[in-house]
Design a protein around this ligand. Structure first.
Ligand SMILES: [Zn+2]
Length: 126
């Protein structure tokens, strides 16, 4: 693959990594024990303990609802981040752009649109 294209892809990946991490940090925190894992912050309930007013209960329910909505978002971003890291690692090793399923080269056009792609279009469709 052309060195210039690789440089450009690396740059894109690094930018994506920074922005994905920033998105995650808004509502999740890095798992210190498990590398590459993130946890959505669970709503703080301490302040609501012992308070049984309707308002408090409603607020509590709302926070849990928000939390549940964020979980799939967190999961998707986490997966994306892992793919980005993997792509960067492959770039460093000179193994970037090879389909993980069929072992063929992933077309540059695809990589330019989706630099963290791990498999080619054909394999993704099948
Ligand atoms: Zn393939």
């Amino acid at each position: 693959m052309d060195k210039k294209i690789l440089e450009k892809i690396k740059e894109t990946l690094e930018k994506e990594k920074t922005s994905t991490e920033a998105q995650l940090l808004e509502f999740a925190k890095k798992d210190v024990k498990l590398k590459g894992d993130w946890d959505t912050k669970f709503p703080e309930m301490d302040t609501l303990m012992g308070s049984a007013s309707d308002e408090a209960l409603e607020d509590k329910a709302k926070r849990i609802e928000e939390y549940e909505k964020l979980l799939p978002v967190e999961y998707a971003l986490e997966k994306k981040l892992q793919s980005i890291d993997l792509a960067l690692e492959k770039l460093g090793k000179g193994k970037y752009g090879i389909c993980e399923k069929c072992g063929k080269k992933i077309p540059e056009e695809r990589l330019e649109v989706c630099p963290e792609a791990r498999i080619c279009m054909k394999c993704q469709e099948s």
